[in-house]
Design a binder for this molecule. Sequence first.
Ligand code: BDR
Ligand code: CA
Length: 303
Amino acid sequence: RTPIILDTDPGIDDAVAIAAALFAPQLDVKLITTVAGNVSVEKTTRNALQLMHFWQKDIPVAQGAATPLVRKLRDAAYVHGESGMEGYAFVEHSRKPLDMPAFEAIYRCLYSSDEPVTLVTIGPLTNIALLLMQYPDSKTKIKRLVMMGGSAGRGNFTPTAEFNIAIDPEAAARVFDSGLDIVMCGLDVTNQAMLSPDYLQQLPQLNRTAKMLHALFSHYRSGSMATGLRMHDLCAIAWLIKPELFRMQPCFVAVETHGEYTAGTTVVDIENRYQQQANAQVALDLDVPAFRAWVADVLALAP
Ligand code: BDR
Ligand code: CA
């Protein structure tokens, strides 16, 4: 099983990605870290702990950065609801996050593992930038970083920037400049990663997990229940398990940090115009029917 650390801002599509990561037999989730993004970090941490409680899992959760490195947080409560996971009444519990910040927990987890660990990020990259600043040596312990973020084309937060990168462009720029082996699953594939209305309709009958996710979906504004919902974050998990579903291209990717209108844009040099060395493998196309079949398989494994 591939050991992973999952950095997340749950988040409705994050919840689906977490379910897949936990129940796919190929992955071993060592640690979950939270970051401010879709909603505040207090809320994303609360949501992550609620999910652990829902599944009775004892994977440690560490709370991460409350704000982007230099900018003010702009959230996406308009997509995920006020709580970040609106639509399901989770039961109360007394679970707490670890007593250390996310970057510290990631560092310790990396150093306690016998083999290099894969970082999977499905929120803004603030925690990873903090890790790289604080512990530059940790790079040798990271197998690769698989992210949901960015776009080679248009954006979904500004005209050209994707949400996770737009929220903390300075952090993203540090990550792309780090020399880590980066896999970028951006909107080019995640906009295609739609669950069909027919499948969505069957979810409540599948199992308790699918029932819960279906309840969240009634509040999720990335597509519609009638035309299909985009599972952005699930693509990062899908890549880990079924990379053959993605058409990849090694590219140089720069993150714009200065532009008045373009901050947070991932400039993906598909034609190699800058003649720079590639710093990421970029997912450019997705086998949608095969992706949907995999989603159905993995969610059927959940309780
Ligand atoms: C990303 O933005 C968030 O709202 C989603 O959870 C996903 O990580 C998509 O742009
Ligand atoms: Ca997310």
